[in-house]
Design a protein around this ligand. Structure first.
Ligand code: PGA
Length: 255
């Protein structure tokens, strides 16, 4: 194990979003000053919405440029039309991309419309694109109640790369609220745990009491495929930002 995750506990979800934003903005501005692209791995879900809101606000104020930012989303449902209200394409455009100066060619999201027999080729292409852009500078992650990162469900190890995955019962139950009457897909295309571990920096954010048990497990257990997020412990530059509620089991143990 090469690093111990830095864990920062803040009073509430607003403070977590502000702190994560500050870190991302620092990387985006550093790259700009160096004349380099800033390659980000980005999540969907409820947790990062506050961060995207802040980024849009800073861009509108004129203090944050996205023209050198290149993004790779962690995952997309499969199959999933890009214009579906449930797609992660739609989510990202709605919360971030439509409101900032990122060139459309810099946006990468796994394609939920590729033919069944082309998914493996598409996944390989996605990995190649990440390499072609010099690898991920920062990957921002949320965590599922079952310990997933992206859609790397229990069973996914550090060797996994972008591929087609099956969604587990916990993930599909948690997605029900977003799907209302529609059926939650059974599959997705997700970056692998290995893809994420190759990033130069990882930021994991979690808020709310419903994440407290899994955060405790992910950060204290011996890394194992039963909790894919536990492999983050081995990364040399991982920062975990939590609100008090998500940190309560961890705090209880270390108190
Ligand atoms: P959430 O999802 O942000 O909606 O809690 C996190 C995840 O499943 O990775």
């Amino acid at each position: 194990m090469s690093g111990k995750p830095q864990v920062i506990v803040l009073p509430d979800a607003h403070a977590v979003a502000a702190a994560v934003t500050q870190r991302l903005v620092a990387r985006i501005n550093e790259s700009r000053e160096a004349g380099q692209p800033c390659v980000l791995g980005l999540p969907t879900g409820k947790t990062p919405i506050g961060v995207y809101h802040h980024l849009v606000h800073l861009h509108r104020e004129g203090s944050l440029d996205f023209s050198h930012v290149v993004t790779f989303n962690l995952d997309e449902y499969y199959p999933m039309p890009a214009d579906s209200p449930h797609s992660y394409h739609r989510f990202m455009h709605h919360h971030l991309f439509d409101h900032v100066s990122i060139p459309p060619a810099h946006i990468h999201i796994p394609d939920g419309t590729v033919d069944d027999d082309k998914v493996a080729d598409h996944a390989r292409w996605y990995e190649q694109q990440i390499q072609k852009h010099g690898g991920l500078d920062v990957v921002l992650l949320g965590i599922g109640r079952n310990g997933h990162i992206g859609f790397n469900e229990p069973g996914a190890g550090p060797e996994t790369r972008t591929r087609r995955v099956q969604l587990g019962a916990t993930t599909r139950t948690d997605a029900l609220a977003d799907f209302m009457d529609a059926a939650v897909p059974r599959e997705a295309i997700s970056m692998g745990v290995g893809t994420m571990l190759d990033a130069r920096e990882i930021i994991l954010m979690a808020t709310g009491a419903h994440k407290a048990d899994i955060i405790h497990q992910a950060l204290t257990m011996t890394p194992d495929v039963t909790v894919p997020a536990s492999f983050l412990q081995s990364h040399p530059a991982v920062c975990v930002l939590l609100d008090e509620a998500a940190a309560q089991v961890l705090n209880h143990e270390t108190a």
